[in-house]
Design a binder for this molecule. Structure first.
Ligand code: BEZ
Length: 388
């Protein structure tokens, strides 16, 4: 090589190694997954993560041009640890967005911190009414439901099916209280009577004394909220106590969702209302279910679907802000006008950022929560106390 050309080549090589590429690569978006990975709700947390990651994979590993890095925390469904857990994600791990959680008590603590810090929060299950009610904020969204919604829809369905006198039974915390509240509102509107409201602390599963009280009250039906491992035990204990053949069991759909393999024949015939069901047989849901089953060798449930939609909602906001989650007003505006193409059916968000959605009436047939109709069409939570 001509000796005079060498310095020129060297300079060019140096420039190439130090100059920024024409299109600088945005850093990965840090997503904090704050979910239960142990305890009664562990299966629910795992399903949400699976659903979220399935959507991400379908988008080639990016949401709105940003690659994603996950930071995970097991919240143990423990409200007492929730403030510390979310603060660690925000302050120590510097996450850009938090996805969580399952338990209403945990979600309320998270919403408090998110509201104060302005951190973007998408709730992929927990139904605490206050999260999209009195605690609502421009940076807080939900891909799931408010507790009032499935409770109200179940109350309407039970009244329509001619039940007059019921006993309610649930865990004593926000989710149970609020689902029973929604149920009573609809059921009493149709002159239904609530004979007794039974409860036990979360996650206690010693149901025997309460089942004896149900039998003694002689209701014409029972309304129940339990979920995860607690729902499995309740449905089995209800049947074992001999109640199932005489007193029809109803509940919000969590009673039989993701639990049917373990509940077996004891769940057969149980009626529930929820914003998702098996056998919807729409092209969108069929594609989701096939992809989920192929990826995880499992059937999806409501929790997986809500995780999937949390990722879809994040993608909508990221597309509108070109990946910049600090543009909060643009992020929120995009979601407020979006129609989310969910496997449950398309939904929009209410003014308080909660899904406006159909509630399906479902009946357990074998291993499926078969949709047998719509319990409440386009049901919107009132979002009580929300102003933003
Ligand atoms: C809740 O705590 O909000 C909840 C937990 C499991 C299923 C449904 C709701």
């Amino acid at each position: 090589m001509d000796a005079r050309a060498r310095p020129l080549l060297l300079a060019a090589a140096l420039l190439a190694s130090t100059a920024l590429p024409a299109q600088a690569q945005a850093p990965k978006l840090k997503v904090g997954l704050m979910l239960p990975y142990t305890g009664t709700y562990a299966a629910l947390g795992n399903a949400i993560e699976n659903g979220f990651k399935l959507y991400l994979t379908e988008q080639g590993g990016k949401l709105g041009t940003r690659e994603i890095e996950f930071v995970k925390v097991d919240d143990e469904s423990d409200p007492a640890k929730a403030t510390d857990n979310i603060n660690k994600l925000i302050k120590r791990d510097n996450v850009d967005v938090v996805i969580g959680s399952v338990h209403s008590g945990v979600a309320m603590a998270m919403a408090r911190v998110a509201k104060q810090s302005g951190t973007l929060l998408i709730v992929p299950n927990a139904g605490a009414d206050a999260v999209t009610g009195a605690m609502c904020a421009p940076n807080i969204f939900r891909s799931s439901f408010a507790n009032w919604q499935p409770g109200y829809a179940t109350g309407e369905a039970m009244a329509q099916r001619g039940h007059k006198k019921v006993v309610t039974i649930t865990w004593k915390y926000a989710a149970g209280d609020e689902m029973v509240g929604g149920f009573k509102e609809a059921f009493q509107k149709s002159s239904g009577q609530v004979l007794k409201e039974l409860s036990l602390p979360f996650p206690n599963v010693e149901f025997q004394a309460l089942l004896t009280e149900i039998a003694a009250s002689k209701p014409d039906a029972v309304f129940a909220f339990f979920a995860g491992a607690g729902a499995v035990k309740f449905v089995k204990d209800y049947a074992a106590a001999g109640l199932k053949k005489n007193i029809p069991l109803y509940g919000t759909g969590f009673l039989t969702d993701g639990t049917l393999d373990a509940q077996g024949a004891d769940a057969e015939g149980v009626l529930t209302a929820l914003h998702y069901a098996d056998g919807l047989n729409t092209p969108r849901d069929n594609a989701f279910r096939l992809a989920y089953a192929k990826t995880y060798k499992l059937q999806p449930d409501v929790y997986a679907m809500q995780g999937y939609d949390a990722a879809q909602m994040l993608a909508v906001g990221l597309a509108a802000t070109k990946g910049d989650v600090t543009k909060k007003a643009e992020f929120a505006a995009a979601l407020r006008k979006a129609k989310i193409d969910s496997p449950r059916g398309p939904f929009t968000l209410s003014a308080s950022h909660n899904p406006v959605q159909d509630q399906y009436l479902r009946q357990v047939v074998g291993k499926e929560n078969k949709s047998i109709g719509i319990a409440s069409k386009a049901l919107s939570d009132p979002g009580k106390g929300c102003s933003m």
